[in-house]
Design a protein around this ligand. Structure first.
Ligand code: C5P
Length: 236
């Protein structure tokens, strides 16, 4: 048996409790149908098809009536729990709902439900490099556009240098207890962390950046959905 199997394996937390206010429409984006499947199904497959990922906790909005009730996916266990008002609250709830076999110092993946197009090679890289880092790692993509800082009137105040700037993607890989403590500390301080790494950075830690591909985009607008449909059609 590998050390992974002995320790219950690597689990993922998938926050899917957002109401998709920016997307518009009645159906939260994770429940939109793409190529005959829920967006959430595409995301879960991208994670659970990986041999090193042994299960996932899906964090659902309170009173979610659309969840199909899956108890497993790709032959691997799925758990669910209720999320909170902010993404970080949802992730904290997901961390608490992990099985006991995931120990305090085991790594856990956190991956947005709204990123269905995660390439297997990116997940490989994240796991390979992140698990050798004492803190953990995130997938990220270098900023390629020129960045402008606006004033209150919408005019350009200045151009920001883009060197060494990255866009944080998911999955992000951190140790269960360390991430839990970091998110709790941010919450106690009233800091709205927009990803897991931000909470870890607040603790003075420096997670590793692993360059991922632009294919791993977040579905935010209807145009992103069309892009994902196109990506799927090219796969088959
Ligand atoms: O809203 P945004 O696109 O940043 O959400 C990223 C992910 O976090 C989505 O998968 C969304 O469902 C999830 N989320 C959550 N709980 C919240 C807000 C967002 O699980 N309160």
């Amino acid at each position: 048996m590998t050390p992974d199997q002995l320790r219950g394996g690597l689990w993922a937390v998938v926050p899917a409790a957002g109401r998709g206010a920016r997307f518009g429409g009645d159906v939260p984006k994770q429940y939109l149908e793409v190529a005959g499947e829920l967006l959430l199904a595409h995301t879960l497959r991208a994670l659970l098809a990986h041999p090193k990922v042994h299960g996932a906790v899906v964090v659902l909005a309170e009173g979610d009536v659309r969840w199909p009730g899956w108890r497993e996916f790709e032959g691997k266990p799925l758990r669910t729990c209720a999320g909170g008002d902010a993404r970080a609250d949802s992730v904290l709830a997901g961390l608490a709902a992990l099985p006991d076999s995931v120990r305090a110092d085991d790594f856990v993946l956190v991956h947005d439900a709204a990123r269905p197009n995660l390439p297997a090679a990116d997940l490989d890289q994240l796991l390979e490099r992140g698990r050798n880092d004492p803190v953990g790692a995130i997938l990220a993509a270098p900023v390629r556009d020129t960045l402008k800082r606006s004033g209150d009137d919408g005019g350009i105040d200045r151009t920001e240098p883009r060197e060494r700037l990255w866009r944080a993607l998911t999955p992000q890989l951190f140790r269960r207890l360390q991430l839990t403590r970091a998110l709790e500390s941010a919450r106690a301080a009233g800091v709205d962390v927009t990803d897991e790494s931000m909470a870890i950075e607040r603790q003075g830690q420096r997670p590793l950046l692993v360059e991922g591909s632009d294919d791993n985009f977040k579905i935010t607008t209807p145009a992103d959905l069309a892009r994902f449909e196109f990506a799927l059609s090219r796969r088959s």
